[in-house]
Design a protein around this ligand. Structure first.
Ligand code: NCD
Length: 312
């Protein structure tokens, strides 16, 4: 049974997953891609189940992607946007968890601005919890959808060279991707100015570059990250113009990568800041396809967790 391939109650991060857990989810997602391309997209795996999307941070694509995924599997999906600016963190989070728990959801999809908040919440509720991004910590479904997109184009992940470029220090996408890509045997590089690199990043098993052209030499995949200005206090970069000049991906810098290299970005993109629109919309870009794979991967995750819900 496929269900046994994912022996976890929650999906809180890529950390802690075995390669076979990841590959099992990717295989399951392949089937979900097919379902999503059909006229009839509805399955009944989550029929009768309640999924609550609890977002303490604004999100468009991730929230709608989880909503569609839940609905395609037959769940009743409720979106809750919680404004977090005025709340006292710990207390309110636990209160919110207790309140939601009383409504008997089966699946809780949570995004929070603080690293670790989703883990804390998972300990306070009876249902399955999916991390949809916790501060700069993890964003597991993003890494899974990136892996799915790569695998569909390159046929494998192992031994590919992947460069993750830009605002690494604020990026949960980078962290989750580094863990996943290493687990599946890829070679991972990070390229960023020193101010945007977390200290000790080498310990995560990546090769560090501060020069784009040097770092992009011979890579199979170029993964760009958004400059997360909302998370920056003080000056991490001298100016956006200068950042673009040195770290923005344009055709000239991309020419240092392999000829068949593919370009990715989790979105939302800042065109002209970290990426040239011509590259974002160009023939090597997989950015639109990542969005499609996002729904499929989230269907796979929800379906895998459904197998462990009570009363089955
Ligand atoms: C990312 C996120 O929220 O972590 N976006 C996303 O999930 N679509 C990356 C980002 O915000 O830059």
């Amino acid at each position: 049974m496929q269900a046994d391939l994912f022996p976890h109650r929650h999906l809180l991060g890529i950390e802690g997953l075995q390669p076979q857990d990841i590959l099992g989810l990717l295989d399951r997602a392949e089937a979900a891609v097919e379902v999503s391309r059909q006229v009839e997209k509805k399955k009944s795996v989550l029929s009768g189940r309640t999924q609550i999307n609890l977002f303490f941070e604004a999100s468009t694509r991730t929230q709608s992607s989880f909503e569609l995924a839940g609905k395609r599997l037959g769940a009743d999906v409720m979106n809750m946007a919680v404004s977090s600016s005025s709340v006292k963190k710990g207390e309110t989070l636990i209160d919110t968890a207790a309140t939601l728990n009383a409504m008997h959801p089966d699946l809780l999809v949570v995004r929070h601005h603080a690293a670790g908040a989703v883990h804390l919440l998972a300990r306070k509720v009876d249902c399955s919890v999916v991390n949809a991004g916790d501060g700069p910590h993890e964003h597991p479904t993003q890494a899974l959808l990136d892996a799915l997109t790569i695998r569909r184009h390159k046929g494998k992940i192992a031994r590919l060279t992947v460069a993750i470029c830009g605002d690494i220090v604020h990026s949960r996408v980078a962290r989750s991707n580094i863990i996943l890509l290493n687990a599946l045997g890829a070679r991972v590089r990070v390229i960023a100015p020193s101010t945007l690199l977390p200290s000790g990043i080498e310990k995560m098993g990546v090769e560090v570059f501060r020069d784009m052209r040097e770092g992009l030499k011979g890579v199979d995949i170029v993964m760009m990250l958004r400059l997360q200005r909302e998370r920056m206090s003080g000056s991490f970069i001298p100016s956006v113009r200068e950042y673009y000049r040195y770290y923005g991906l344009d055709a000239e810098k991309l020419s240092f990568a392999r000829e068949d290299a593919l370009v990715m970005h989790p979105g939302p993109m800042n065109r002209g800041v970290e990426i040239d629109p011509a590259v974002a919309d160009g023939p090597q870009s997989l950015i639109r396809e990542q969005v499609e794979m996002g729904v499929a991967v989230r269907m796979a995750v929800l379906e895998a967790l459904a197998a462990h819900l009570p009363n089955q």
